[in-house]
Design a protein. Structure first.
Length: 139
């Protein structure tokens, strides 16, 4: 069942989501103007919300340690999930903000950085496996 949730009812949740998603993507707190831009993006372009999908997002906001696992699992299982949509929207907002541009611009890395890339790949597989185990059946 897909329902459209009015923006005014959902604004407080959107503020919480923005903070959690921003910290997840950048690994640091984001400023209030970026949070506001995220909320305003849903005012300008609302989305249809499936109740079960929103419940999963609310769970990630309350227990943000679950977010990396659900994100990885949904990348394999259901790429068009609302959580993936909202994370992508936050990512797009963050990469357009000048204060966070250093996080998205290329850098020179030492040759040993290949070990870090390997670690991130292994961590991603681990998160996907754990996420598939933790993911509720109705997601």
């Amino acid at each position: 069942m897909i329902i459209k949730i009015p923006t005014q009812m959902n604004n407080s949740n959107l503020y919480k989501e923005a903070k959690v998603f921003g910290k997840y993507i950048l690994e640091k707190e984001i400023n209030s103007s970026t949070v506001e831009q995220y909320v305003q993006s849903f005012v300008a372009s609302p989305v249809l919300i499936d109740k079960n999908e929103q419940l999963l997002i609310d769970k990630c906001v309350k227990k943000n340690w679950l977010l990396p696992f659900y994100d990885a699992a949904l990348s394999l299982k259901k790429t068009n999930h609302l959580l993936k949509h909202k994370l992508l929207r936050m990512f797009a907002i963050l990469e357009t903000r000048p204060e966070y541009s250093d996080s998205f611009l290329g850098k020179d890395f030492p040759k040993a950085y290949i070990l870090r890339i390997g670690y991130v790949g292994i961590r991603g597989v681990f998160r996907a496996i754990i996420g598939l185990i933790l993911l509720p059946r109705k997601s």
